[in-house]
Ligand binder design. Structure first.
Ligand code: NAP
Length: 310
């Protein structure tokens, strides 16, 4: 099943992220070979296309791995089908709708002795690991996250983001939380405000206050209504200076001095990590970012805001 061309993989859900990132990264990877695509409407040239996952799993026992690039709501049932069929599974972020269903998938992957990889693409941004290393042994005083983008630009026509299980502004916000939970000690939510358009089921903006055992506090300001320049910043004040991670973790400065950064290759990093996990026979499922979002919904004070229209 691992040929010269790499492990055969099927991509499921040929939509925005599959086309923008997964297919190009797999095409560049020596560790994977795209063997099939599964999508009701989307098609990929040059490989077998299926419109449903069960058929692909039945007809293609030669494909040991699948990447699930569908929105969170349909993902659990697909992951169960793939894991039960003995396939290794890569999950786009967020790994599911609820923390509980992802924990169930972890259990199933263990039973079936296959790899489950819950990806957090922002953790593969070039400055995240350097930031984590720089912060080691330094006392953090305060962290401010500002994650503001234009929903019309990044999610054109996507209805699922506004439905229960679609996460609303936490769909991008969880990327910031995935970086946060990768670089500092555990934090937990203490207050949340969820700004809900009166015609939608999920928030268009949110403010969180988090705290940590170490005593530092974290604020997060998520907003989907930002036009013009987009902001994806994490500002970390420490006893040893100010670390600013900007552009979603692609740039980093310390006390205003820009630090060298590597090339942007988040999804190449994801597929390389997936190959490592397959080789080691391990899974990688970190639910810390997902838990923060779930807790924000548990504690959240809802505020009605203007209706959102495309
Ligand atoms: P999308 O384009 O709306 O959806 C991907 C594909 O999933 C759709 O084209 C659709 O293809 C299929 N699908 C299957 N069941 C579906 C259902 N019940 N509702 C809607 N689509 C369904 O979404 P996306 O932007 O690629 O996002 C997919 C996942 O990737 C999300 O979890 C998101 O957070 C994550 N992600 C997105 C981005 C981004 O920039 N958009 C970036 C990073 C991560 P068929 O109709 O052909 O079946």
């Amino acid at each position: 099943m691992v040929s010269e061309a790499g492990t055969k993989i099927a991509v499921v859900g040929i939509g925005k992220i599959a086309r923008d990132q997964h297919l190009p990264s797999i095409a560049r990877s020596a560790e994977f070979e795209l063997a099939a695509a599964v999508s009701r409407h989307g098609k990929v040239d040059g490989v077998d296309n299926y419109t449903d996952l069960e058929t692909m799993l039945r007809e293609r026992p030669d494909i040991p791995a699948v990447a699930l690039c569908v929105p969170p709501v349909p993902r659990y049932a697909m992951a169960v089908a793939a894991l039960r069929a003995g396939r290794h599974v890569l999950l786009e972020k967020p790994p599911g709708t609820t923390v509980g269903e992802v924990e169930a998938l972890v259990e199933l992957a263990r039973e079936k002795n296959v790899t489950l990889f819950a990806t957090w693409h922002s953790r593969f941004a070039p400055c995240v690991e350097p930031a984590r290393r720089w912060l080691q042994g330094k006392a953090v005083r305060h962290i401010d996250i500002v994650w503001k983008e234009d929903v019309r630009r990044w999610h054109p026509g996507q209805a699922w983001i506004w439905e229960p299980g679609g996460f609303g502004v936490f769909d991008p916000g969880i990327n910031a939380l995935s970086i946060l939970t990768a670089i500092v000690q555990p934090v937990f939510v203490t207050e949340a405000t969820l700004k809900m358009p009166e015609n939608r089921q999920t928030p268009i903006a949110a403010n969180l206050l988090m705290s940590s055992l170490a005593g530092f506090r974290v604020t997060a300001d998520f907003d989907w209504r930002q036009e013009g320049p987009q902001t994806w910043d994490i500002r970390i004040e420490t006893e040893a200076g100010l670390l600013l991670l900007s552009e979603g973790g692609s740039r980093m400065s310390i006390d205003g001095h820009e630090q060298p950064s590597g090339l942007e290759a988040e999804y190449d990093g994801i597929y390389h990590r997936f190959a490592e996990l397959l080789k080691a026979g391990e899974s990688d499922v970190d639910l810390a970012p997902h838990r923060l979002v779930a807790d924000a919904f548990l504690l959240g004070r809802k505020v009605d805001v203007e209706a959102f229209h495309e």
